[in-house]
Write a new protein. Structure first.
Length: 102
């Protein structure tokens, strides 16, 4: 079960998951506040972060406690579809800040 993955992690500039990436989406955005939303710690909010959240929701790769905190973009203490929707809105430019921003 589980099998720890190295925390450095492997999201280079490979193809984005097509189900998450309609062509009009930007490749990534700067962070809105602190490190909130930057699950993989590369300094930007990108589809790679959203993909980690998706994998967590699917149970394919659970977030570490640190990743969990960064991925809980509405800061309700849970990771669920509301956070996923927050990423989508942020990456699409529908919102300028995550709900969890101070
Ligand atoms: Ca990131
Ligand atoms: Ca949440």
């Amino acid at each position: 079960m589980g099998g720890g993955r190295p925390s450095g992690v492997s999201y280079q500039s490979g193809p984005s998951p097509s189900y998450l990436a309609p062509p009009f989406w930007p490749p990534g955005k700067p962070m809105a506040c602190g490190d909130l939303g930057d699950i993989d710690g590369d300094g930007r909010i990108t589809l790679a972060d959203m993909d980690l959240l998706t994998k967590h929701l699917r149970g394919e790769r659970l977030l570490t406690p640190e990743e969990f905190v960064r991925g809980d973009v509405n800061r309700d203490g849970k990771i669920n579809i509301l956070d996923w929707s927050g990423y989508r809105a942020y990456l699409r430019g529908d919102i300028q800040r995550f709900r969890g921003c101070p």
